[in-house]
Design a protein around this ligand. Sequence first.
Ligand code: TPP
Ligand code: MG
Length: 353
Amino acid sequence: MARVAPGEHDLRRVIDEEREVDGLGEQDLLDLYRSLVLLRTYDERSLVYHRQGRIGTYAIFWNHEAMQAGSVHALAAEDWIFPSYRESAIGLLRGIAPSSVLQWWRGHPSGWWNPADYKVASICVPIGTHVPHAAGLAWGKKLRGERAVAIVYFGDGATSEGSFHEGANFAAVTGAPLILFCNNNQWAISTPVGAQTRAETLAAKAVGYGMPAIRVDGGDVLAVYEATREAVERARAGGGPTFIEALSYRAAPHATADDPRAYIDLQRVEEEKRNECLGRYERYLRRLGVLDDAFVEEARAEAVEAMKRGIAEAEAEPEPDVGLLFEHAYANPPASFAAELAELRRILGGSLG
Ligand SMILES: Cc1ncc(C[n+]2csc(CCOP(=O)(O)OP(=O)(O)O)c2C)c(N)n1
Ligand SMILES: [Mg+2]
């Protein structure tokens, strides 16, 4: 059996400890629930749309919603989010339309937004290359004396990439207001975290850069919220970056093109599924007497409706013109482009005719 992360000790928890988080009122708790439901619904519907051939390869984030919603709720509107493909739909929590994210997965040019409009950077597919971008933006905010902080999301595998180390070191040295949020789902496709590092925990890496770290139960939305809020407060107060390691166990395939039965611990997957993050939070809220069936039904119906509308809007967009392939790369395109585009149109015209 593959090796996974050693001891899961010292994880910050709220739900399992039956604690409450200071400063979170009933409305906040319900808003958080609604965000979890929206992300869960987006993810489950996207898998169906993929199977129906309506979107392309899709990176499933089932059971990662607590890490995403918990951390975003700890941010202010002016704070910047740098997602990886695992957080493709995180912009929904900032008002980006489901159709825009679905179009991204369809490879359509309308699957994009102006990052400045939502303070959500483009979805990063190369592993870890957005960490220096986020560090740079955060440093810029500091230099300008602005209040905003940035958060960058990446996986356990990303901590073996050069870009991660460059970004982390840069953020620490400049005292940039950055939260480095590591989703440690213990797998980088089929590579277990034990084959990724000799460090006992990923949080231990922060020590080498001289920045504080927090380890948190990634399936506990309130613990993630609390940990991120602490990191955000430190960053805003001029205390520099924080590394957050949120621990879980990947309970779904890496993406729709993956079959994890060849390598994963299936028993551990079943355990994780039984303890998945939305159900955990739902049970907690019901115990508190904050959530009832009517709210649950309404939140789900609203999210399903948003997705139905999203896929319909995406599919209603006209196909882009192939000329787009030749635009945006050069201010002064090479002379050969015109002939190449004409050739492409001729070929496509032939294949269609
Ligand atoms: C620079 C780079 N190298 C390799 C890949 C191929 N690749 C895609 S996902 C992935 C695994 C990443 O695992 P992790 O960082 O743990 O993130 P997770 O997918 O588990 O969220 C790899 C190696 C890539 N996208 N970019
Ligand atoms: Mg991973």
